[in-house]
Design a protein around this ligand. Structure first.
Ligand code: G1P
Length: 293
């Protein structure tokens, strides 16, 4: 029996410069996909995988994230008085159980590895998940759930993997694979952050979901700066790999990188088309927009 994965870290301290001016006063994670903050979909994925406690690593200007995951008393009282039961139910559905979320601040933008390290005391000595909220991963089996299922058999550390265009490796953490453990689950024998195509061991990239052993925190503490002058999680994972096995789970759904404008717009369309209350209209509206443009 492996130790259960109960806690997850969601790094949300990024400045969102690619979405300025939208992100000047609004955290990028709070930008709406249909009618919910993008971050809410990732929290749902964590919950669907059995995560009981979420640690948000935030930064300056991100306080509304905390408000979003709290009771909005005046709002709820007003909705109640006006008998807006549907809206009330939506708020209740998305409200975390009291005490099941924590917030800590990354005081300087030193990289993903540093952001994860900021959560060390709240996570403690147990394996945990990391979900990068930019990546919305859509599939009937949530990505982290299939990783938890794999972890229950393999133990160790688990990464979500997807294929990228061979020319795009310098945007991602890229892995080298070993033996196949079972369908879509592989041993990971190496990894490198943002390699040029010629130096990339494959075109399989780490797509933003991780299950990690707590020993990663000691390694992050001493991790030197890597690609982009940042403390990279991938570099610390490569050191962890020497004593703790890593596995990759190939994700078979669709990933929307909401950190890019196109990815964000595509996510809005994809999640809207999935919604029974509006999908019929979306198709017709899209066709008329295309015809007019
Ligand atoms: C981060 C990770 C990288 C991973 C990517 C997925 O990079 O460092 O290994 O492949 O997320 O989106 P970033 O997007 O923060 O540059």
């Amino acid at each position: 029996m492996q130790k259960a994965i109960r806690k997850a870290v969601l790094p949300v301290a990024g400045l969102g410069t690619r979405f300025l001016p939208a992100t000047k006063a609004v955290p990028k994670e709070m930008m709406t996909v249909v009618d919910r903050p993008a971050l809410q979909y990732v929290v749902d994925e964590a919950r669907a995988a059995g995560i009981e406690h979420i640690v948000f690593v935030t930064g300056r200007g991100k306080a509304v994230i905390e408000d979003h995951f709290d009771v909005a008393y005046e709002l709820e009282a007003t909705l109640e008085a006006r008998s807006k039961t549907e809206a009330l139910e939506v708020l209740k559905r998305d409200l975390p159980v009291a005490g099941s979320v924590s917030f800590t601040r990354q005081q300087a933008p030193l990289g993903l590895g540093h952001a994860v390290w900021c959560a060390r005391d709240i996570i403690g000595p147990e394996p945990f998940a990391v979900l990068l909220p930019d990546m919305l991963m859509k599939h009937h089996t949530p990505c982290l759930k299939s990783m938890v299922d794999a972890y229950e058999r393999t133990g160790g550390n688990v990464l979500s993997l997807e294929e990228c265009e061979p020319a795009m490796t310098a945007q991602y953490g890229i892995v080298a694979l070993g033996a196949t453990v079972q369908e879509d689950v592989f041993e990971v024998t190496g990894m490198v952050e943002k390699p040029k195509p010629a130096a990339a061991p494959s075109n399989l990239f780490i797509s933003g979901r991780y299950i990690l052993q707590p020993e990663i925190f000691d390694l992050l503490e001493t991790q030197e700066k890597g690609a982009g002058g940042e403390i990279q999680l991938t570099d610390a994972m490569l050191r962890l790999l020497k004593g703790s096995p890593f596995y990759g789970v190939r994700f078979r759904g669709t990933t929307y990188d909401t950190g890019t404008k196109l990815g964000f717009l595509k996510a809005n369309l994809a999640y809207a088309l999935d919604r029974e209350d509006i999908h019929g209209n979306i198709r017709a509206e899209l066709q008329s927009v295309l015809a007019e443009s």
